[in-house]
Design a protein around this ligand. Structure first.
Ligand code: 13P
Length: 333
């Protein structure tokens, strides 16, 4: 039986579990591997994925994993295809389908996400291979006179087209407009830009006929820029983030999941905990982290077989802390 978009979304958002964003591009994965002195090879990337996907107990904190195209065709160290490894644990496989970013025409310091060409056929293929949700990331930069209205609109239109095509194929679109942490902007500016970004996005999703009950929003938190001299407290981040969503996210949307977005692993947990405490909105909130879940384990692993158990234990600990934070029950390390 084909599951409805709503059922898949509810499964992804159930039991305070989160998503693992294991969809770094080959270049970004290479940067992560370089931090522990590993070469950026197909096999090293496979081992990096294997570390997390086979961590004992991962299914207690993770409901879905966003895969990269390369990973979807790879197998665990025991030969079992990764997709099967996940399915056997009740984890829903997802797939990143955008084609990365290019300079935006007419405003080259801004970014435009590409990848709509041939997307319909790729989605059909990914569905047969087991993907039940997808991700498309737009990148919004805050700076002098940016983001422009055109940047928000063009990226929202692409997100809407992607979401529409996903839903036609029975795939839940995770729509991600990431407002970057890079810059000296303060919390207020982050709130203004994120609110506007989300309003434009939901306007375009609605215009394109996307069913909002079968969409998950992946958002950045409303947070001070990393160069801002006054850094907002977790409580201020939480208030601004929820106010932003209240002003911009339609109540039909079942869930909102966060990127860690350049916060440290611990900061990302603390911020999530503060947000969960004040979340009065109709949406389930959760995490969809890459760096904040994988970073600490990567440092322990260092590419060595003997370090795998300790690295996996660290990953599971971060998972448990974020599942607690999702309920406002994080008590510190
Ligand atoms: P981070 O949690 O590392 O920010 O990545 C999440 C993500 O999926 C960005 O697209």
């Amino acid at each position: 039986m084909t599951e409805s978009l709503q059922t898949i979304a509810q499964q992804l958002l159930a039991d305070h579990k989160g998503l693992l964003a294991a969809d770094e591009s080959e270049t970004t994965a290479g940067k992560r591997l370089a931090t522990i002195g590993l070469e950026n090879t197909v096999e090293n990337r496979r081992q990096y994925r294997n570390l997390f996907f086979t961590a004992p107990g991962i299914e207690q904190g993770i409901s879905g994993i966003i895969l990269h195209h390369e990973t979807m065709g790879q197998s665990a160290s025991d030969g079992t295809p990764f997709v099967q490894v996940l399915q056997s644990k009740g984890i829903i496989p997802g797939i990143k389908v955008d084609g990365g970013v290019e300079p935006l025409e007419g405003s080259p310091e801004e970014k435009m996400t590409i990848g709509l060409h041939g997307l319909d056929a790729r989605l059909a293929d990914y569905y047969t291979r087991g993907a039940r949700f997808a991700k498309w990331r737009a990148v919004i930069t805050i700076g002098q006179n940016i983001p422009t209205d055109n940047c928000l609109l063009e990226n929202a239109k692409a997100l809407a087209e992607y979401a529409f095509l996903c839903q036609k194929k029975g795939i839940v679109p995770v729509v991600e407009p990431e407002v970057l942490i890079d810059g000296s902007h303060d919390l207020d500016m982050s709130e203004v830009v994120t609110t506007k970004t989300l309003r434009v996005l939901f306007q375009e999703l609605t215009t394109r006929g996307v069913d909002l009950t079968g969409v998950i929003l992946k958002s950045s938190m409303v947070i001070s820029g990393n160069q801002c001299p006054t850094q907002a407290t977790p409580e201020e981040i939480a208030e601004a983030t929820i106010r932003c969503f209240t002003n911009a996210v339609p109540k039909e949307v079942p869930g909102i999941v966060f990127i860690s977005g350049g916060q440290s692993a611990m900061q990302a947990t603390v911020s999530l905990n503060a947000i969960a405490k004040v979340n009065t909105g109709p949406w389930t909130i959760s995490f969809s982290y890459a760096r904040a879940l994988q970073g600490p384990a990567l440092e322990i692993w260092k590419g060595k077989t003997e370090n795998i158990p300790a690295a996996q234990a660290e990953f599971i600990k971060r998972l448990q802390q974020n599942v607690a934070a999702n309920q406002g029950k994080y008590l510190g390390e």
